[in-house]
Design a protein around this ligand. Sequence first.
Ligand code: KMH
Ligand code: ZN
Length: 445
Amino acid sequence: MTIGVGLTVTLRLRMGAHDAHYADELVDGARMMALFGDVATELLIRLDGDEGLFRAYEMVEFLAPVRAGDFIEATGVITRVGSTSRTIAFEARKVAQNVRTAELSPSAADALAEPVVVCRAVGTCVVPRDLQRKPRLVLPALSAQAPDHAKLPEPRPLITPPPSIIITPPERPLILTAAIVGAETTRAQTPHLPITAAELADEAARCRDAGASVIHLHVRNADGTPSQSSELFREAIDAIRRKTDVVVQTSTGGAVGMSVDERAGPLACKPEMATLNCGTINFGDDVFVNSRPLIRDLARRIREAGSVAELECYEVGHIDEALSLLKEGLLPEPLHFQFVLGVPGGIGAREDVLRFLISQVPHGSSWGVAAVGRFQRPLTELAMTLGGHARVGLEDNIYIEKGVLAEGSAPLVARAAAFATSIGREIATPDRARTLFGIKATAGR
Ligand code: KMH
Ligand code: ZN
């Protein structure tokens, strides 16, 4: 492990008229170097507890013009730590700019869909030994060897998250899933839980109106106990179809303790989507068993039903399991991951956890977050901000705010949809969700 390597800092600011130095409001390159100087200073404060001194730039490249009105974010990552020297790779990216056309107001400006790299550099700073006040931070080494000087290495530990992840609202539309019933929530906990087919259909339609495009569906016996009966699923799906056009995603998780044949019950309805739970976990005080043969069995049955699998991951290793299934030809691409966070006994509902999970998902896959109890709101909002999809509803959380029961899943969906709109995410319709998930037109309808 190399101490301090990988430490990352990002600063962001607007270039004002006072920064413009040349014709056409061009900002001079020295301004980027000044930004890098501040980035380096914060890095050294974090690493050494001292501002340090910039000794030399080994390389600087100016790659695109910067003008007044541009928003620039500058990132630096420590790539080498000597006894007193610290090598840092820098990158400055433009994330928003004025439009500058005669037809529009001079204040018209756009956030860029993709940041534009305007400058890269590599430099060395020094912090004399007697000024190094801090015990060094211990951070994981970058996986790569010495980084390519022309490229900012992918930082591992996220002090300030890399801008490509957080800043520019993602272009992908957001798929909101409503988990309206589940297997564990009871009427004793909330009177707003739908149970009969008619109640499930009403709730599905309310959720659709609130912004959901997918309904994650369980069914219940008349006495409220969980069931995976294909007849009950058929009845519920038909009732939902009569009321609304949502994608129906049936559970193959069922309830803890059910056999694989029981869990596969809804696949007889050839649903558009079905969950595939990717590993065994402690589930509260129970054990939710998903042995590797069981996962493969259900994956085959989901494929045979013509359904698209949503990969439920409650732990990091569950992602690897899904990737194994892909390798074995049991899952078609693209993969759709659902990170279920905060199950007691499973992975925690925390930002660092989510960022790590996202980093493990292969390019071209989609991912969403479901989080349990009080974590539902903050973690789904984080997911939406980071470009993922979100699942809310009474299966995972029964409260709209502390101590106040949600009157069904629809208010939770409505709040999530309002948040999505506030950050510039477009909300997918069910048909858009079908396209994004690759659901066949013939499936389950
Ligand atoms: N009821 C949980 C044990 C799923 O729907 O696939 C499992 C579950 C996951 O709800
Ligand atoms: Zn479920």
